[in-house]
Design a binder for this molecule. Structure first.
Ligand SMILES: [Zn+2]
Length: 156
């Protein structure tokens, strides 16, 4: 198994009132030249967790961070008018926690963050502030939301 120290949350950047199947996601990624879907996991609005890329395979989801990371994408992230919004259903929130918890058991030294938290620190203050986000993905603040999970894991 490759070394893993980072779990990155994404959204599919599709509208909450549309369905975006894993098959469609995979074919869209193939159209961009990937061999298969770039993420390791996909979480449907129903909460279903779909395995896209085996963990031992390096995902293709954040430039410069792929090698040691895991990519999780949830279906949604845009409101009905196409604006970035946290559209996670309760089932998706539950599945995200379950999956992240499981992954932290296997890779306890991993940091959990959102895609946008890996934007470039333009003013070099060590904090990626909203004006530095190169994109909105995953449309919610993943670091504070999953902080306790990672901390709880390391405490044991
Ligand atoms: Zn993303």
């Amino acid at each position: 198994m490759r070394m893993i120290n980072l779990i990155v949350i994404h959204c599919s950047a599709t509208r909450e009132n549309t369905d975006y199947s894993p098959e469609r996601l995979e074919s869209d990624h193939k159209a961009r030249g990937f061999l298969r879907a770039g993420y390791n996991f996909y979480i449907r609005k129903s909460g279903e967790i779909v395995d896209l890329r085996p963990l031992e395979q390096i995902p293709a989801h954040v430039r410069g961070y792929n090698k040691h990371s895991i990519g999780i994408c949830y279906e949604g992230g845009l409101d009905a008018s196409g604006q970035a919004q946290d559209t996670r259903t309760e089932a998706q929130k539950t599945s995200l926690i379950r999956l992240i918890q499981h992954l932290l058991t296997r890779f306890p030294d991993s940091r959990v963050c959102g895609h946008r938290d890996l934007s470039e620190d333009l003013n070099g203050d060590g904090v990626i502030s909203p004006d530095e986000w190169s994109k909105q993905c995953p449309s919610f603040d993943a670091i504070p939301e999953y902080k306790e999970l990672a901390y709880g894991q390391r405490k044991r």
